[in-house]
Ligand binder design. Structure first.
Ligand SMILES: Cc1cc2nc3c(=O)[nH]c(=O)nc-3n(C[C@H](O)[C@H](O)[C@H](O)COP(=O)(O)OP(=O)(O)OC[C@H]3O[C@@H](n4cnc5c(N)ncnc54)[C@H](O)[C@@H]3O)c2cc1C
Length: 448
């Protein structure tokens, strides 16, 4: 374990990570096992406590950490989720504590043991930062903005980053390996190829998703509500709006309302109106009664986007993308942080398979091939739903109608059938392959 390890199996002297958010911290943890030192370059200033950061504005909004993400975090930082719970994260049972209105029906509630671990995004980041701080060979340089890459003379590999700190000029920082975890605004593909992104190198589906979030004092159950979380899902195309109420640390509750191809509800009036437009009154009733803790914050997610470096021939090596820099999902499914964690473990596996540092030259090719496979399911699952809306543009893949028919069947059956609901939650949490939904034990229940 790199946190306390005395020995590092060195593939190189130094690795550099661009971006010190969720993906960057997990990448740094993994790299600390195989590089003498790891330097994380983070453009933001050091965070003050558990507050959202300027360059991570989504940190104001409700975040769920899927079961798959919880499991990876516990493997990379043993005991991590126990620490979160001890510090105040809210543990709930997904199917038991969540009232979920989905495809015209309330799902039955029962205790399945499928755990939600609920904490605000800054709380999670703060605890990750603390654990990363115990990795002796990892340093985070705040206020360090990467502005470009330096390639070796033949253009085969990345050899350094160009970075600017404070008001100073640009300097170059060399390393043996680089991870770009700079989020959805990453520019490394342009820097590597000298070309603007094209449809070939960046898959992008315009979903026009709007979020508006506000926090409130107290928990739903304090006021006698028979649930701790509540979700009213969109049903495209008729019902593009959604609403979610989640319990968080320190006895606060987050409420998010939003819509596909809609407007973000920036004012009190618009927030209430959007809640009122949902097919069930619970979110509206809740926010009319509850005491707000702060302002309404909005966010627009124009597109679900996945970069495809695997399609670029002669891509310079020794740099890989991870997290939102590689793929930004429709956030409604809560996949981003957990997929970033799974990607960090993929990188760990690729690095551990190398006999020596020369393998770093071609690691990116294998990594990107595997990354496409890792992200295919969460990518397609979100688009299967988005493509129900005729105004969401994009090439419909073959078999889409059949998939949509099947998922509708699964959603409807899961409202009444414990096994189908459990399998759906396992697939959504990415702890199980989507094939669990096609198991005969599930299919036979869909025919009832
Ligand atoms: C509204 C909303 C709700 C979401 N809800 C969920 C959820 O419930 N569950 C979930 O798992 N995911 C959710 N997500 C997705 C999740 O926020 C992202 O997947 C996650 O933040 C990805 O982390 P990241 O480290 O890749 O990128 P980011 O968190 O975006 O961080 C990128 C970092 O790189 C730094 N950086 C950028 N450029 C440079 C540069 N040039 N030099 C140095 N540093 C740089 C930034 O300062 C930042 O710290 C949501 C997203 C949104 C927008």
């Amino acid at each position: 374990m790199a946190e306390e390890s005395a020995e590092v199996r060195q593939l190189g002297r130094r690795a550099v990570v661009i971006g010190g958010s969720i993906a960057g911290m997990l990448a740094a943890r993994v790299l600390s096992e195989t590089f003498g030192e790891v330097i994380v370059l983070e453009a933001d200033q050091p965070p003050e406590g558990m507050l959202p950061r300027k360059r991570v504005p989504q940190g104001h909004h409700s975040h769920l950490l899927l079961l798959s993400g919880q499991q990876v975090l516990d493997r990379l930082f043993p005991g991590f989720t126990g620490e979160l719970v001890a510090a105040g994260s809210v543990e709930t049972d997904f199917t038991g504590d969540m009232a979920w209105y989905h495809f015209g029906e309330w799902k039955q509630r029962f205790r399945s043991g499928l755990r939600n671990l609920q904490q605000t995004r800054p709380f999670l980041e703060w605890h990750l930062r603390r654990r990363l701080g115990a990795c002796r060979n990892v340093t985070v340089r705040y206020g360090a903005i990467v502005e470009g890459l330096v390639l070796t003379p033949g253009g085969d590999y990345v050899s350094a980053v160009k970075l600017r700190e404070g008001r100073g000029g640009t300097e170059e920082l060399s390393a043996d390996f680089f991870v770009d975890a700079s989020g959805a605004g990453s520019q490394s593909l342009q820097w590597l190829t000298g070309r603007e992104p094209s449809a070939e190198t960046t898959e992008s589906v315009r979903i026009g998703l709007c979020y508006a979030t506000r926090y409130y004092h107290g928990r739903p159950e304090d006021k006698g509500r028979p649930w701790r979380n509540l979700l009213i899902s969109s049903q495209l195309p008729e019902l593009p709006g959604f609403g979610v109420i989640l319990s968080y640390e320190d006895g606060k509750t987050g409420v998010t309302v939003g819509s596909y191809l809609g407007e973000a509800a920036a004012t009190e009036e618009a927030f209430l109106k959007q809640a009122q437009s949902l097919p069930q009154p619970h979110v509206y009733d809740y926010i009319r009664e509850a005491e707000p803790l702060g302002e309404i914050r909005t966010y627009r997610i124009p597109a679900q986007q996945r970069r495809r470096p695997d399609r670029i021939s002669r891509l310079p090596g020794r740099l890989v993308m991870l997290g939102d820099a590689y793929c930004r999902f429709d956030p409604i499914y809560g996949q981003g942080m957990s997929v970033a964690a799974m990607e960090a473990e993929l990188l760990q596996r690729e690095l551990s398979g190398l006999a020596n540092g020369s393998g770093l030259d071609t690691l990116h090719r294998r990594y990107y091939r595997e990354l496409v496979k890792l992200t295919d399911y969460p990518w397609e699952a979100a688009l299967t739903e988005a493509f129900r809306h005729p105004a969401i543009p994009g090439d419909r893949p073959p078999g889409l109608r059949l998939k949509q028919w099947l998922t509708t069947k699964i959603y409807r059956a899961s409202a009444k059938d414990e096994l189908v609901y459990t399998r759906l939650v396992q697939a959504m949490n990415l702890t199980h392959a989507q094939s669990v939904l096609l198991h005969p034990s599930v299919l036979v229940r869909l025919l009832r």
